[in-house]
Design a binder for this molecule. Structure first.
Ligand SMILES: *Cc1c(COP(=O)(O)O)cnc(C)c1O
Length: 450
């Protein structure tokens, strides 16, 4: 299957789109066709989670054999602690929690990044490639990316994070792997400084080609498609047990996770969505007023959603404009130059609504869910939880384990959640270098290390 950039460029294959990440024209890849799955629901419902992922991914790729996809997916999900990989927990008949935090780093990003890491490994093995992955993280992405390529041959990974500005447990998840190919860099600066260095490294063609620089950020189409599978999985389970329409309530930052689910509605899945943000409510404002306005992000109890530029929203714009790539180009140009752009709200899909939760309310929601259902929400999931709709079968996506944010949980309900995977990192020695936010120093370190 072919892929097309939201701004017009074509990628001939899935692997080409995967390897490029961002299209040459600055746009984001999407498949040129979407299969209709309606007739396949019954057979898909019989598959295990890894089998479902393999089947789904192979609809979009014709270079990797079905057998290889099965192996790749089985390997990606073998380290998950839950037997079914995902757990669909029923709180009441019309309220479910889709737990996506049973992977190696206890956040939903493991679902896509495990696939991405194994795809890089496939490319090394089959096409003799060699990769240097460089990324910046404000928390969850870094450790999920590191754990996706741990000890893999011919893949080195450098992850920059802002010194002293990520949660202590998150830093330990990044720095205690002792893997030969993992190089954490504590940057003396902010997340934005680290992110700016990554962008400049990719723009430096000579350097990036020399080391075959690769990315793990959420704009990669492989991440979007791999995430669709858990929506499909939950939908197929609930379809046989409820007569109510299904609504997914999704904690949202970059609009990546929710887009993965929404794409399925273009493949025959009948469901609707709530995009739930924390106080960084640029998306909520956008959907309710039509105005997309750059703002700076505030720190909240849900740090992985402290984002005010929803990169993946460009993919939705493409569909809102019915594939008119020229119009996408003009709109993104206006947004980048002026810092804002207005949309006709009639263009927004009717099956997505938005909601926002204040920082104070995050604590209140954690309390009330604990009292009402004896269920502990992590602070990100707590931004989604209050926005359920009567008359629907609501599915709240739980994007992280509460054990990753023990202080916030303790503050709310006087319970200190733990997880053995996090306890074990507490006693391990850390490996990292500290560097100033200086691109030349970072380049030098990478070249000396690989
Ligand atoms: C990354 C992240 C989000 C936001 O996901 P998007 O795909 O950016 O919308 C929400 N919750 C947690 C725990 C995350 O790590």
């Amino acid at each position: 299957m072919k892929f097309q950039s939201t701004r017009g460029d074509i990628a001939e294959t899935f692997l080409e789109a995967f390897n490029k990440g961002l299209a040459g024209d600055g746009g984001l890849y999407i498949p040129t066709e979407l299969p209709n799955l309606t007739d396949r629901f019954d057979s898909l419902a019989k598959l295990s989670y890894p089998e479902l992922v393999a089947e789904f991914m192979s609809y979009f790729d014709n270079e990797i054999s079905k057998e290889d996809w099965k192996k790749l997916a089985a390997k990606s999900y073998e380290a998950f602690a839950s037997k079914d990989v995902v757990s669909l927990v029923e709180l009441t008949k019309d309220l479910h929690v889709l737990e996506l935090f049973h992977g190696p780093t206890l956040a939903f990003k493991d679902f896509a990044l495990q696939i991405v890491g194994n795809l890089y490994e496939y490319e090394v093995r089959v096409h003799g490639k060699r990769y240097t992955i460089v990324g910046a993280t404000s928390g969850d992405t870094g450790s999920a990316a590191i754990h996706s390529v741990l000890n893999k041959e011919n893949i080195d990974i450098f992850i920059m994070y802002p010194k002293g500005k990520i949660a202590p447990l998150q830093e330990l998840q990044i720095t205690t792997t002792v893997a030969h190919n993992v190089f954490p860099i504590s940057i003396e600066g902010t997340f934005d400084d680290a992110q700016a260095i990554v962008k400049k490294l990719f723009a430096d063609t000579e350097f990036s080609q020399h080391i075959n620089l690769a990315a793990v950020n959420s704009i990669n189409i492989a991440r979007i498609l791999a995430q669709s599978a858990y929506y499909l999985y939950a939908f197929l389970k609930l379809r046989s047990t409820t007569k109510l329409p299904i609504k997914f309530v999704v904690p949202t930052g970059n609009f990546g996770n929710i887009l993965s689910g929404w794409l399925l509605t273009k493949m025959g899945m009948d469901a609707s969505f709530v995009a739930a943000t924390n106080e960084n409510d640029v998306l909520h404002k956008l959907f309710t007023t039509g105005m997309y306005q750059k703002q700076s992000a505030q720190s909240t109890h849900a740090p992985s959603m402290d984002i005010q530029q929803a990169s993946n929203f460009e993919r939705l714009i493409y569909y809102m404009f019915e594939g008119d790539t020229e119009r996408v180009v003009r709109t993104m140009k206006e947004f980048n130059e002026k810092g804002n752009v207005a949309f006709d709200t009639n263009l927004f899909p009717k099956n997505i609504t938005t909601a926002t939760t204040s920082n104070e309310n995050i604590i209140e929601v954690i309390k009330s869910f604990f009292t009402q259902y004896n269920y502990i929400l992590d602070p990100h999931t707590a931004c989604a939880a209050p926005h359920i709709t009567p008359g629907y079968c609501n599915v709240i996506l739980a994007t992280a384990s509460p054990a990753k944010f023990p202080d916030t949980i303790e503050n709310a309900i006087k319970v200190h959640p733990t997880d053995p995977r996090l306890e074990s990192v507490k006693d391990l020695p850390q490996q990292k270098v500290e560097l100033p936010a200086d691109i030349e120093k970072v380049k030098k370190y990478i070249l000396e290390t690989i």
